[in-house]
Design a protein around this ligand. Structure first.
Ligand code: UDP
Ligand code: MG
Length: 313
């Protein structure tokens, strides 16, 4: 059986297109399947739409979260409750083309791999600034973390059950799936496709949200910022010792005409800023630690058409 997990947050416009397309393709594939719609606290008619699907199709499973927990939590709820031997996550807006599924399943069955992942090779239709920042993010995170994160990788990938179990085991509260997929390893086959624009509705990500998501990714998968903070400290101490020696030398040999106070103020502000910056970096990690130590559930399911599921996980 194939389980498809579809996180939906205010997707009433896109869902009908997605549903008819995915049903067409699954029917062609002649595989047993379940469509797991995770309603991530939508405020529009998303849940009603999904319930309509479920009335007419017994393969439709839905979970409605008690509020908007974010896509990562919605995906996790899906992973925890997927029953299929093969599991995939798909966006509801058709940006993860359903037509790739048959090929992905074929590769998974034929080749000796545990997952088939997708990446987009273009970012057409996306704001230029956003593309540029995305590129820089992938460059940086691959240099400083040990999770292998591919540029343009989508969350859309078909995985075998073993890999899904590993992902569920990674119960961290601050989830960054692109990193988690890479971290758990397993053999992955990559297929590429040209970017597809969202079919209806609006993106849930603005620039600022994406920027914060990228920073979270770095903090979750690398300790490099902490090292940078300590190296900056050591570097500045070194520089100050050198300056001190120069000053002593100048005092002894040339006397000491009164120098401007402006330079001193600059130095104080510079060092103060640097200290606050490093404290901020440490603070970011402590904040993560704090959330992690509370051990709160990732999601809470308020409504579903299934009986035996993990309602809180
Ligand atoms: N999504 C979600 N919860 C959120 C935000 C987004 O479940 O808080 C879902 C959304 O419904 C969609 C997928 O995540 O199915 C990707 O979102 P979107 O298309 O807005 O992101 P983009 O493709 O623009 O990066
Ligand atoms: Mg999208």
């Amino acid at each position: 059986m194939i389980s498809l997990i579809i996180p939906c947050f205010n997707e009433q416009d896109a869902l009908p297109y997605f549903y008819s397309e995915i049903c067409k393709i699954l029917d062609q594939m002649r595989e047993e399947y379940e469509l797991i719609f995770v309603d991530d606290g939508s405020t529009d008619k998303t849940l009603i739409t999904i319930k309509l699907f479920a009335e007419n199709n017994k393969n439709v499973v839905y979970f409605s979260l008690s509020r908007n927990f974010g896509k990562e939590a919605a995906m996790y709820a899906g992973f925890c409750n997927a029953r299929g031997e093969y599991v995939a996550v798909m966006d509801a807006d058709m940006q993860d083309p359903p037509c790739l599924l048959p090929e992905m399943l074929h590769i998974l069955k034929e080749k000796e791999v545990d997952s088939v992942a997708t990446r987009r090779i273009s970012r057409d239709g996306e704001p230029l600034l956003r593309s540029w920042f995305a590129k820089q993010f992938y460059k940086i995170i691959n240099r400083i973390s040990d999770a292998d994160i591919v540029d343009g990788a989508r969350d859309f990938r078909l995985m075998k059950k073993d890999m899904v179990n590993a992902i569920v085991k990674m119960g961290e509260y601050n989830r960054f799936s692109k990193g988690i997929f890479g971290w758990v390893g397993f053999k992955t086959y990559w297929i590429s496709f040209e970017n597809v624009e969202r079919i209806a509705g609006r993106t849930k990500w603005n620039f600022w949200k994406l920027f914060k998501y990228a920073l979270d990714g770095i903090i979750n998968f690398s300790q490099m910022p902490l090292s940078i903070a300590s190296w900056l400290g050591i570097g500045m101490t070194g520089v100050s010792v050198i300056i001190l020696l120069i000053l002593i030398f100048r005092r002894l040999y040339f006397g000491d005409p009164v120098a401007g106070w402006a330079s001193i103020v600059c130095i104080i502000i510079f060092l103060g800023g640097l200290q606050l910056f490093c404290l901020g970096v440490i603070g970011q990690y402590i904040a993560k630690l704090y959330m992690e130590s509370k051990n709160r559930p990732h999601y809470i399911i308020a409504d579903t058409n299934q009986e035996q599921i993990e309602k809180i996980g």
